[in-house]
Write a protein that binds this ligand. Structure first.
Ligand code: FE2
Length: 281
């Protein structure tokens, strides 16, 4: 039985209220209004052929080469989490990544959706190459009680066998159904600021919904599931405040660039978010 605690609830409520007052949707910043409307309405926008498939595959080979030769790059930060291998600050090692990370379209979309003040976090490549790994992110979940828009650029073709992300359209709106889990996130980060990343086994699953819970929510609230497949060069922009999940890799591997935006001056310093970002798909 969940115990109601008034003081943490009030703290959460106050911070959440302050945070969401700072969000400022600014359509004029979006170079593509159709994509912004998808993002606002569904929580996700997918654009095929953001870059040419052959160019995306070439970038993917460059990343693979970097990964295989990472021992020759002192200072390169890598991270393995939830079956994924990340190269952090990939833009430092591969300048051609600016086609994505410095794209006016991508950045404009994120800032239009969240706020002109939004800032991108560290820019990563994300490689999924271990088949059938269990992970907490394979449950439908949201990443935080803040809105963190995230963008992927696929560097490989992603079919249903290549660990596509699943997203529940419409689940990025606030509702009572998510309040207790948002409060759990608040507690989790407050505790995390103390010392530990995961203070308990339970907190590792903060924001997660069991399959019967997410299917019931979908039925009752009208969420519709989208499977984010697409060929190399596809752009996926989504709000991690909506319900999304990873899926186990069944064949081949999946490689993508990824970055996330947040509002500055939040409840904990931006530089502490890197590992957390990596724990979520
Ligand atoms: Fe996530």
């Amino acid at each position: 039985m969940r115990r109601f605690e008034l003081f943490p609830f009030l703290q959460y409520y106050q911070k959440r209220h302050q945070y969401h007052r700072r969000r400022k949707v600014t359509p004029s910043l979006a170079p593509r209004q159709d994509l912004l409307q998808c993002l606002l309405q569904d929580g996700i926008a997918i654009m095929e052929n953001f870059i040419d498939r052959a160019e995306a595959l070439r970038l993917g080979r460059e990343v693979q080469h970097l990964w295989q030769n990472r021992a020759n790059h002192p200072g390169m930060e890598t991270l393995r989490k939830n079956g994924r291998d990340l190269i952090l600050d990939i833009d430092r090692w591969l300048p051609e990544t600016k086609v994505f990370f410095e794209s006016d379209l991508v950045n404009g979309l994120a800032l239009a959706y969240l706020s002109p003040e939004a800032v991108p976090l560290r820019k990563s490549s994300v490689l999924t190459d271990h088949a059938n790994e269990d992970a907490n992110i394979n449950f439908y979940h949201f990443d935080h009680w803040e809105r963190w828009p995230r963008a992927f650029l696929y560097l490989t073709d992603v079919t249903e066998l290549n660990a596509p992300m699943y997203y529940l359209k419409g689940s990025h709106h606030w509702g009572l159904w998510r309040q207790s889990k948002e409060q759990d996130f608040f507690r989790y980060y407050e505790i995390r600021l103390g010392k530990e990343t995961h203070p308990s086994l339970e907190s590792r699953y903060t924001g997660c919904f069991l399959p019967p819970e997410s299917s019931t929510l979908s039925r009752q609230l009208g969420f519709s599931e989208v499977v984010c497949t697409g060929q190399a060069g596809t752009l996926v922009v989504f709000d991690t405040y909506g319900l999304h999940r990873a899926s186990p890799l069944q064949q081949g591997y999946r490689l993508a660039f990824s970055t996330t935006w947040r509002l500055p001056e939040v409840s904990f310093p931006l530089e502490q978010t890197t590992e957390q970002e990596a724990t979520r798909c």
